[in-house]
Each structure stands twice: as structure tokens, then as C-alpha cells.
Design a protein around this ligand. Structure first.
Ligand code: GRF
Length: 190
């Protein structure tokens, strides 16, 4: 089986990116991660990537929204698949068209609820708490040109207790992310 090149995009802490890399390596999946692309120079993902011995590339917002530039970069790294792991910017249309069903994102709620612009990170968990939801979860989906609207591949749920703080909710959701995200992306690759 030919080794596939997977490009990870992350904007923040990068715990999902790290978890994905570790899972693939542990299970000897024939994929390599030639680069992790980020838009934040100071994000913790750089530290994690260094430990994983994967280089990072910080690209500014303007270049990341320039489809031609980004496509050229992805081609340089011979990207077969793209995984957005806590990446907060929009993926340009050119990229969506060049990689149909090859770009996967994880959203920390049960889409179509709590998706769209501004719905990221703790904003999502605070909104879930505010609405007194009884459950929340994760959505793993393909990426199209609109935020959080691509076809859903998988969802998993967890309970929200009235006593849960938004931090508690975030923690439960993270557990689901760590458990399912690597397994589900793997299923879409081979
Ligand atoms: C995750 O909750 C993910 O669902 C969301 O952003 C968060 C990223 O966390 N898109 P981390 O950077 O992987 O730790």
C-alpha cells in the first residue's frame, strides 16, 4: 500500500493533531505527516509538533485565504489528505474543489446545532450550557466552502448535566474527540 501524505492544520493547542499522529504511528498506518500548517506563530501546536518531530509552517491569514497560494503549498508537500484539527480559518474554494472528500474537520458539537461563524472552542460549549442542552457531542465531517456545512461522516454524543460547567462540557467533548477522530478519519482513507 502506497504511503499517503496527510497535512494537518491546527490553530491552537493541537491536542487532536497530536492524538492523531500518535494513533497512526502506534498502529503503523502507512501515512506520513510532512508538515503541520498553522496560522498562529505562538500556538502550543508548535511545541507538540517539535516533540513529534514534525515541522510546522506558520502562514498568515491572507495567504491562507489565497486558494492558489495554498494549493501550491499543498502540492509541494504532495498532500493526499487534509485534516483540520482545531483549525479556525476558512478553507478556500480552490482547495475544496482540488480535494473533494479528502478534507475532514471535527466540530465540538452536534451539527447542525452550534455551528457556523464564531462557533468554535469554548463559545460552543458556553452556548450549549446556556441553552440547557441535555446532550452534546462531536461531529466529524467533510469540508465544503461553508463553515460546518459539509457532509457529516460521524457523530457521537455525551450527556450534559445541569451541574456541568462549560469546562466540564469541553472535557467530555475532548474525550470523544480523542477516542473517535483518528479511527473515523482512518476509515475514510483506505
Ligand atoms: C477541538 O475541540 C475541536 O473540536 C475544535 O477545536 C478544538 C481544538 O482543540 N475544532 P485542540 O487544539 O485539538 O486541543
Amino acid at each position: 500500500m502506497k504511503t499517503k501524505n496527510v497535512i494537518l492544520f491546527a490553530s491552537g493547542s493541537g491536542s487532536n493533531a497530536e492524538n492523531i499522529v500518535k494513533f497512526m504511528r502506534k498502529n503503523k498506518i502507512p501515512v506520513i505527516f510532512p508538515i503541520i500548517i498553522t496560522n498562529k506563530e505562538k500556538a502550543y501546536i508548535h511545541t507538540r509538533a517539535e516533540k513529534l518531530e514534525i515541522p510546522t509552517k506558520t502562514i498568515n491569514r491572507a495567504d491562507l485565504s489565497d486558494g492558489k497560494f495554498l494549493l501550491k503549498t499543498l502540492k509541494e508537500y504532495k498532500a493526499d489528505y487534509i485534516v483540520l484539527a482545531g483549525y479556525l480559518l476558512k478553507i478556500p474554494t480552490e482547495i475544496v474543489e482540488a480535494y473533494p472528500d479528502k478534507i475532514i474537520n471535527i466540530h465540538p458539537a452536534l451539527l447542525p446545532k452550534y455551528g457556523g461563524k464564531g462557533m468554535y472552542g469554548d463559545n460552543v460549549h458556553k452556548a450549549v450550557k446556556e441553552a440547557n442542552e441535555k446532550e452534546t457531542g462531536i461531529t466529524i465531517h467533510y469540508v465544503n466552502e461553508n463553515y460546518d456545512e459539509g457532509n457529516i461522516i460521524f457523530q457521537a454524543k455525551c450527556e450534559v448535566l445541569p451541574t456541568d460547567t462549560f469546562e466540564d462540557i469541553a472535557q467530555k467533548v475532548h474525550q470523544l474527540e480523542y477516542e473517535y477522530f483518528p479511527k473515523i478519519i482512518l476509515k475514510t482513507w483506505f
